[in-house]
Design a protein around this ligand. Structure first.
Ligand SMILES: [Zn+2]
Length: 339
């Protein structure tokens, strides 16, 4: 069976693991280029709701529609229906700059195109909307309306996926945690099937067990300048869950969770905290006056420094920070978000 068919049956493989399969060095190639990047716009905390640009990235395309449900419905249809309901709820709640992003371009080119479009729109938040499956070999055949389909009933619930290569990873994690809390508060269950070591799911690092947040290598998030989270809203190869996630009631729960999460995320004044990494014990991390190692040193952070706050934009690898009152720029390869 070709990789194309495999990926169409297993949502998780599209644009994530596949990147590694087809280009072993993709993780390095995909990192944003050094320098030359425009500074980012203001974070959503400083904007009225009507001006906060929210991009709802509808996963997959009409021609490569992602996973196929237990009753033969393409994932893309689920993604589009849910994204529409989330958009409507956001607009109704005052987020009038919430948009659906539909993509016709397949494969990696389409994933880059999504990120480029979100960047060009000056989006404040990107939420990619997907529905989940399992590895193909665990799918079980059955007949529904006299046609053979495939199901797996032992996977259930939502999961959230974030990429450390995203330029606003700290804020992406913060948004994922807030969204996870909102989903849990509405009775949804975290799906832990993708945890490394479990062959049935994607087999990736689990960052936050309570909220089913996984660390991923997602092109849309790597290339985007703003906080970006991917939501797997439910498991459509699960025969019961497939029916549930298609109901307006379930979609409304998700829409309300997303809307409340974005309200809380943008209303919070606390930006993500970072700690220093990859600096030798007898060295320091220099804070520069601008986004370049050739600019003046305005302060230093010890190798075990914590509580570094991102306070503005990033330009390539350089980000504006505040460390104990000293503002300036540091190279983000020496920062890691604190849990
Ligand atoms: Zn998908």
């Amino acid at each position: 069976m070709s990789a194309t068919v495999l990926s169409s049956l297993f949502c998780r493989l599209t644009g994530t693991v596949r990147l590694a399969w087809f280009a072993p060095s993709a993780a390095i190639v995909l990192l944003p280029a050094l320098g030359g990047q425009p500074a980012l716009g203001a974070a959503c905390a400083s904007k009225p709701a009507t001006s906060i640009v929210i991009v709802l990235d509808v996963g997959h395309t009409p021609t490569k529609p992602g996973a196929i449900s237990a009753r033969g419905v393409p994932e893309y249809d689920f993604n589009l229906n849910l994204a529409r309901r989330v958009r409507d709820e956001l607009v109704r709640s005052g987020f009038t700059s919430a948009y659906l992003m539909l993509t016709q371009t397949d494969d990696e080119a389409g994933l880059k195109e999504r990120a480029n479009r979100a960047n060009a729109m000056g989006a404040d938040i990107v939420l990619s909307i997907h529905h989940d499956s399992v590895q193909q070999k665990y799918l079980v055949p059955w007949f529904y309306q006299n046609e053979e389909h495939f199901y797996y009933d032992d996977s259930t619930g939502f999961s959230l996926h974030v990429s450390p290569e995203n330029r606003q990873f700290g804020d992406s994690m913060r948004l994922a945690r807030i969204l996870g809390d909102q989903l849990l508060a509405r009775g949804l269950t975290p799906n832990l099937i993708h945890e490394a070591g479990n062959p049935i799911g994607a087999g990736v690092p689990l960052i936050d067990r309570a909220r089913a947040i996984y660390r991923r290598n997602l092109a849309v998030q790597i290339y985007t300048n703003m906080p970006a989270v991917l939501l797997e809203a439910g498991v459509i190869v699960n025969r019961q869950e497939e029916l549930k996630v298609a109901t307006p009631a379930y979609q409304s729960l998700i829409a309300a969770a997303v809307t409340t999460a974005i309200e809380k995320f943008c209303n919070s004044t606390a930006s993500a905290a970072y700690k220093v990494v990859n600096v030798a014990a007898d060295d320091v991390l220099n804070i520069r006056s601008g986004p370049s190692a050739s600019l003046a040193i305005v302060g230093t952070i010890p190798p075990d420094g914590r509580g570094v706050r991102m306070v503005g934009s990033c330009a390539g690898q350089w980000c504006e920070i505040n460390y104990r009152g000293t503002k300036g720029w540091v190279n983000r390869q020496y920062l890691s978000s604190e849990p």
